[in-house]
Design a protein around this ligand. Sequence first.
Ligand SMILES: C[S@@+](CC[C@H](N)C(=O)[O-])C[C@H]1O[C@@H](n2cnc3c(N)ncnc32)[C@H](O)[C@@H]1O
Length: 228
Amino acid sequence: MNSSTTNPSPGDAVQSAWEAAYQRFETPEAEIRKFVVRLRELGADSWSRDAQVVEIFCGRGNGLHALAQLGFTRLEGVDYSPALLARYTGPAVCTVADCRALPFPDASRDILVVQGGLHHLLELPSDLNRSLDEVVRVLRPGGRFMVVEPWLTPFLRLVHGIAFFPPTRAVWGKLDALATMIEHERTTYEQWLGQPSVVLESLKSRFQVERCSMSWGKLRFVGRKAGA
Ligand SMILES: C[S@@+](CC[C@H](N)C(=O)[O-])C[C@H]1O[C@@H](n2cnc3c(N)ncnc32)[C@H](O)[C@@H]1O
């Protein structure tokens, strides 16, 4: 693991509590299976296996395992949590860094991926725009950016209703872990869910849209950097 920043994560205690709930929410195997399905749905089977792929906000690296299972070999990950990155044991080169300042040269990577990271940013739209500007900077012309993030669809409203209903929460560990994660990230989570047009405008103004859908509580977006 590389380390390129010295003081990456605000609120370490809150972060630890969130990380503990995140690890209870889903086993690594289940998350990797979920990521493989998502990557396929979003077209990864047609991407070159030689592509240089970076997963930003990669956490414990389950998205990197999914990419490796699909045959991608030139993999890198970035996250500002040394604790989560330390749990990754695969072939990707991982760097501790803030995704608002990516540790890569301009136009040096083919594909960037984020799965559930942008909604952790503290300030919208400024941090989102900084992160997306970094993605554009680092991608080669024609490079792809794949995003999967929570989205306030009717399904997600239903999930919230069940997860915060004390009797279901008491008997369903996964829902309790989800509710705990949301409680610890409530400010950024609600800010993200509450500004859908800001998020879409930030994405669509920077990338040529290849895919964009919102269903089952998720935004799924694939865009390309202009200039291939
Ligand atoms: C839901 S997790 C992503 C999980 C990941 N997809 C996985 O496979 O484990 C969100 C991640 O974003 C990271 N994060 C939040 N803000 C960040 C920032 N500004 N720069 C880098 N990482 C950040 C957190 O440390 C956390 O690992």
